[in-house]
Design a protein. Structure first.
Length: 312
């Protein structure tokens, strides 16, 4: 018998500037102060650097915990959510500094997004999360404006039928789609918010037939990662950022035949406990997984109308 492990509630909200944590963010050596943004030319090699201090002692934190295979996860998204990049700045333990030069090619497969991170004009939010040893998970963000004419695209919900979105995707080197996805979401309204569950069935075209996709390769320790951001997220950054980062773990074979099989389900499952963080309205969510040595990125756009939490 295979035992299905429900995905753990491995999700978190974005909060910045706590009493034990202050972030210092630099773009091309220039400090980004508070809510101000930095003006940049698109497509130029751009150095992003960060370090973090304890405001009580002014000490620089140098001890970080690896989470999902990396010391830092960074998401770069533009205002209309047409651009989403997920990269991993490099950590120098002697100085406590994290750095990544974007708009440059990397051979690192976990930084394949870096080459095209800041290319399209418009306003961007750069969001970084770390775990400081002995302090906990902390996040911060900085704003960057890429000069030029920014043509914004309106979010439009994906076609759906009874709340189910069926979408097809292709690999960048292919002409026609070879992936089929069936996206479902469920809400459970509780006392302190909503549990939002996403279930995404994955299929891959094999010999002209869509077969359940079972050969996910581990990417950053999980079967898949996802990031969910609400429309107009930039106008809400003074509060909790309407941003969720979720993971879908591998499902292990527990048939006790000691062959140490790992059985992969073709359904990705992501959970988020929304305590009023996400904004009602349109949402965009990207799932990322590694398949046939390429990290795939698949977006979904859907409506979300959370119920007010029950008083109990
Ligand atoms: Cu990451």
């Amino acid at each position: 018998m295979k035992m299905l492990f429900l995905s753990l509630l491995v999700s978190f909200n974005l909060f910045a500037g706590t009493s034990d944590f202050k972030s210092h963010f630099f773009v091309n050596g220039k400090k980004v102060e508070g809510m101000k943004h930095v003006m940049l030319k698109p497509n130029q090699p751009t150095l992003l650097e960060m370090y973090f201090t304890n405001p009580a002692t002014n000490e620089v934190y140098t001890d970080f915990k690896i989470m999902h295979g990396k010391y830092m996860h960074m998401v770069i998204a533009n205002k209309d959510l047409s651009v989403f990049k997920h990269v991993h700045p490099y950590f120098d333990p002697t100085t406590g500094r994290f750095a990544l030069t974007v708009n440059m090619p990397f051979s690192d497969p976990d930084n394949q997004d870096a080459r095209t991170a800041l290319t399209k004009p418009g306003m961007y939010m750069i969001m970084a999360d770390v775990i400081v040893q002995g302090v906990g998970m902390r996040m911060d963000h900085a704003m960057v404006h890429l000069m030029g004419r920014a043509d914004s695209t309106q979010l439009v919900a994906d076609d759906h039928n009874d709340n189910v979105i069926t979408k097809y995707f292709r690999r960048s080197n292919e002409e026609t789609p070879t992936y089929k996805t069936i996206f479902k979401k469920h809400f459970i309204t509780g006392c302190s918010g909503n549990i939002v569950q996403f279930e995404i069935e994955m299929f891959h075209l094999v010999n002209g037939e869509y077969k359940p996709l079972l050969d996910f390769q581990p990417w950053l320790g999980e079967a898949a990662h996802s990031v969910w951001i609400s429309e107009n997220f930039m106008s809400h950054m003074h509060h909790n950022m309407p941003f969720a980062h979720m993971h879908s773990p591998f499902i292990l074979d527990d048939d006790d035949d000691d062959d140490n099989d790992t059985v992969y389900d073709h359904i990705l499952r992501f959970n988020f406990h929304d305590e009023g963080v996400m904004l009602p309205g349109l949402q965009k969510m990207w799932i990322q997984f590694k398949h046939q040595d390429k990290v795939m990125k698949i977006p979904f756009i859907f409506d979300y109308q959370p119920e007010p939490p029950r008083n109990c």
